[in-house]
Design a protein around this ligand. Sequence first.
Ligand code: FES
Length: 152
Amino acid sequence: MPTVLDGTTVRMFSVGEVAERSGVAVSTLHFYESRGLISSIRTAGNQRRYTPGVLRYIAIIKIAQRAGIPLDEIQGALGDYDPMVRVTAAQWKSMATRWRKGLEDRIAQLQRLRNELAECIGCGCLSLKACPLRNPDDKLAALGPGPHFEDS
Ligand code: FES
C-alpha cells in the first residue's frame, strides 16, 4: 500500500509483511514498538503500517541482541534516528563502532574473571585473603585495615 511521506510515495508494509520479510514474530514486532525500537503509522482502520526502513531497524536490533546489547541501549542508539527513515551505512557504522567497544570491554572483563577462576583452587575457603575470586587483584589491601564488606 503506497503512502505519501514528506512528499515521497513510499510502499508501506503491514505487520504481517514485516514479520514475513524480517523473520520476526508479529508479537515481537509489537513488543519492539512498545519499547520504542521501531514505529509505525496507523491507517484509518487503525492498522499498523511500516516503512521499508523498518527492516533495517529490525536487522540492527537482532544483531545487537546477539551481541548481548541491552534493549535500553539499543533503543538509545536507534532513538538518535528518525524511525520512518532508512538507517544509513554511516549511521550503522557509528552504532557498530560504539557497540564493538562495549563488547571489547566485556570480553576483557570476562577474561579477567576466567583467569581469577583459574587461580582459585576451588577449596571452598572463599577467603578475602586467599581467594582471587573474593578479592580480585587484592583490591582490599589498598583500602587499608578494617572491614570493607558487611558480610565479611
Ligand atoms: S575458594 Fe579457596 S581459593 Fe578460591
